[in-house]
Write a protein that binds this ligand. Structure first.
Ligand code: SF4
Length: 347
């Protein structure tokens, strides 16, 4: 049998991340928010994986769990970079020591949504981008030159070294954060809503930069967004998340041409089409995202799903295999009629 770690840089198994919320004296009345629950996913080496869902579906918590920024309740995160610092057996990030996390952070980095709050106003661009090099003892003598190279790679200039964040636009600040994230030559880059705060034209520029860096550096890119159209533009594979779980996983063309989970269809139908002659047809689903503190029993989507039957209210659907690369967690994934195309309005 082939070793799966040859092809997969991350192997996430049964991952759960819970947060206690509320509660009075001595924690009485405390509730549990299940941000990520029973999450299974393999990330292929060198792919761009889009992770999509509404705000509150757990996608950013998943990103933070991969970076060790939130405590993990259960599960495993097998990390198998090619770096010689981490042996052939890889690391289980869910049980990693501080020393192991330091190695892991050389091989996996993240870019967050808001570059301004991620940047220290008191640090120059050079200090910000060079900090990981100094902390990890990489290029201790030539770090200034290396920062110049990194700024050049993200479309800025070595002449920006001594400037401060407030002197840059939002898009340029995100480029600074990307330069910092690639400073240690990671194998995996997580972009967590990294273009969501930017104007559409600037979003496109930053997406092109990420694609360019992925090709040049051989990155695996995990692109997290609530915006299906952005994910569609750049992802090889797509994971649709709902209430902390992956509900549909497939190649981009499978997800967008033949979505098999009603929630995926809802997301596609609620994505604006950039053509004024198109109008949205009747939605297949309705209502708001339930609270992850009290998720519905059975299929978590049943309170919004037009296809729900009795079994959906009591039984959590497992992933239904639609092909080697396409799975959907719906009792009726193979039976749903094809999603009709969006119709052109006659008005
Ligand atoms: Fe809808 Fe039932 Fe499928 Fe859940 S299992 S998505 S409720 S049809």
């Amino acid at each position: 049998m082939t070793d799966p770690t040859l092809d997969h840089v991350l192997n996430i198994r049964d991952l759960s991340v819970h947060f206690p919320v509320g509660g009075g004296f001595m924690g009485r009345g405390k509730k549990i928010l299940k941000a990520v629950e029973g999450f299974d996913l393999r990330v292929r080496r060198g792919e761009t994986l889009g992770v999509v869902g509404e705000s509150g579906c757990g996608k950013s918590t998943l990103a933070r769990a991969l970076m060790g920024l939130v405590p993990i309740k259960d599960g495993h995160i097998g990390f198998h970079p090619r770096t010689s610092e981490i042996g052939p057996g890889g690391l289980d990030l869910a049980a990693a020591s501080r020393a192991e996390w330091k190695k892991a952070h050389r091989a996996m980095q993240i870019v967050f949504q808001d570059p301004f709050s991620s940047l220290s106003p008191k640090q120059t661009v050079g200090q910000t981008v060079g900090e990981p090099l100094i902390v990890h003892g990489v290029a201790p003598r030539g770090w200034r030159e290396r920062v110049g190279e990194l700024l050049d790679m993200v479309g800025l200039s070595a002449a920006d070294f001594d400037r401060y964040p407030h002197e840059f636009s939002g898009g340029q600040r995100q480029r600074i954060m990307i330069a910092r994230a690639i400073a240690l030559e990671p194998e995996v880059l997580i972009a967590d809503e990294a273009v969501s705060a930017l104007d559409v034209s600037i979003q496109l520029q930053v997406i092109r930069l990420l694609e360019d860096l992925k090709a040049k550096l051989g990155l695996t890119l995990i692109f997290i967004s609530h915006d299906l159209s952005v994910v569609r533009a750049l992802s090889d594979r797509v994971v649709i998340m709902y209430l902390g779980r992956p509900v549909e996983v497939g190649e981009g063309h499978q997800i967008f041409s033949d979505p098999r989970h009603p929630y995926t269809r809802m997301l596609i139908r609620s994505t604006p089409v950039p053509d004024p002659d198109f109008r949205l047809e009747q939605m297949e689903s309705f209502g708001e995202l339930p609270s992850p503190i009290a998720p519905p029993p059975g299929c978590p989507f049943h309170t919004r799903c037009a296809h729900a039957t009795d079994i959906c209210k009591t039984t959590l659907p497992g992933p239904v295999r639609l092909s080697d690369t396409h799975h959907a967690a719906c009792h009726f994934a193979t039976e749903l009629p094809a999603m009709p195309p969006l119709r052109r309005s006659v008005a």
